[in-house]
Write a protein that binds this ligand. Structure first.
Ligand code: 5RP
Length: 263
């Protein structure tokens, strides 16, 4: 692995583990609850996360260039919640722009099994070819659009493996209740867990994240379950303890409860 690639990955995943904070939701769903002002949403969470996942538009408009957190730049899009098909994504951002904003990595979605499977996998291959020249890791997001029921081990394992075979250095996918270890074991690059819609309780989030980490996931890319929580900082601290300090669910819940009471 070249120096730049290794350096970027080690900043993003200290000790091989990571907590990425996505604030890219607006790229297809517009203003999202608690993300109306993304710069304000993310500010108190910065000490607890390893990187921010956002588009170049939000990066320029809402994030201070003096922050020292690595940026994972979302570089796919051009579809919306109200359009015909969320899967019909294109690459949105040139390699010059990726380098200009000093991205530590880039992320794009692939929609395997959809009508646009081939196009989105071609986007991945093209992006890998461009980014590998500059030592920039590509994170593939195995997206399901509105079809949340697709999130089961066989399908997720297939998606992760294909994304890794095409050159993704990291794959982001969904946690699943059964056989999640098979998803991780079948993928030759680190797998990190997506959040999805907000869970009913904070404990539920801590439980699934702990389960996924214990089954080999390298970390999380969790947005709504953190910044739509009534106590985002407490949630971020609790999740960080699972990822970086191997906390149990009980220990993480204690951190959450202790922190949420503080002003
Ligand atoms: C969409 C994404 C977003 O980053 C994603 O939605 C993650 O955030 P959340 O935890 O809120 O689901 O990649 O495919």
């Amino acid at each position: 692995m070249n120096w730049g690639m290794k350096n970027r990955l080690s900043r993003l995943m200290p000790n091989g583990r990571c907590f990425f904070m996505p604030i890219d939701h607006g790229y297809f769903q517009g203003p999202t609850r608690n993300l109306e002002r993304p710069g304000e949403t993310v500010k108190p969470l910065l000490p607890y996360v390893d990187a921010i996942f956002c588009t170049r538009g939000v990066l320029r408009a809402a994030l201070d260039p003096l922050i020292d957190k690595p940026i994972v730049l979302r570089v796919s899009g051009c579809t919306s919640m109200v359009g015909e098909d969320l899967a019909n994504e294109e690459l949105t951002t040139s390699i010059s722009e990726i380098i200009r904003v000093n991205a530590a990595a880039v992320g794009l979605s692939v929609f395997i099994g959809s009508h646009y499977e081939k196009e989105t996998l071609k986007n991945l291959s093209t992006l890998v070819n461009l980014c590998e020249d500059y030592g920039i890791p590509v994170m593939a997001v195995t997206a399901v659009g509105r079809e949340l029921e697709k999130r089961e081990a066989r399908y997720l394992a297939l998606c992760c493996r294909i994304a890794a075979e095409l050159g993704a250095r990291v794959v982001k996918t969904y946690w699943c209740e059964e056989h999640f270890e098979k998803v991780v074991q079948g993928c030759p690059v680190p797998v990190i867990m997506a959040g999805g819609p907000k869970c009913e309780t904070e404990l539920e989030v801590l439980e699934f994240v702990h389960d996924g980490i214990s089954k080999g996931a390298a970390g999380i890319n969790l947005g709504r379950n953190v910044w739509q929580s009534p106590h985002p900082v407490a949630m971020a601290k609790a999740l960080r303890s699972i990822i970086h300090d191997n906390a149990s669910v009980k220990q993480a819940a204690e951190i959450y409860n202790k922190t949420k009471g503080k002003k």
